[in-house]
Write a protein that binds this ligand. Structure first.
Ligand SMILES: [Zn+2]
Length: 112
């Protein structure tokens, strides 16, 4: 029983994360970075409380430093570089200047 409740809470948490991310993207489009940061913080807090992982497709777009939601073409600059089988992705948050680095191995399941 308890397990079922926990799973339900996690489902709700994931749904809320999804909604907040969408709202965050809209806030960035309007230029309201303060609000976008607030949404980023909320997403982290909800994930921590419900002990869920933030989906990769969303986690990548929350700045580790200032928690702002990053939207390509608006407040984040993306550089990619291929080195053999590895694809290096460097994103720079244009709100605080924080640089994030990711690596992908080609053929892996972790596509972008
Ligand atoms: Zn930032």
């Amino acid at each position: 029983m308890r397990r079922r409740v926990e799973r339900l809470l996690r489902d709700i948490a994931l749904q809320r994360i999804d909604i907040l991310y969408g709202l965050g993207v809209e806030a960035v489009r309007r230029g309201d970075y303060a609000l976008a940061k607030r949404y980023g913080e909320l997403i982290r807090r909800i994930a921590m409380k419900a002990r869920v992982r933030i989906p990769k497709g969303i986690k990548r777009w929350i700045c580790k430093n200032c928690n702002v939601i990053m939207v390509p073409g608006i407040n984040v600059r993306i550089r990619t570089r291929r080195e053999g089988k590895t694809l290096r992705i460097v994103t720079r948050c244009l709100v605080c200047g924080w640089i994030h680095r990711y690596e992908f191995i080609r053929g892996g399941s972790d596509g972008i």
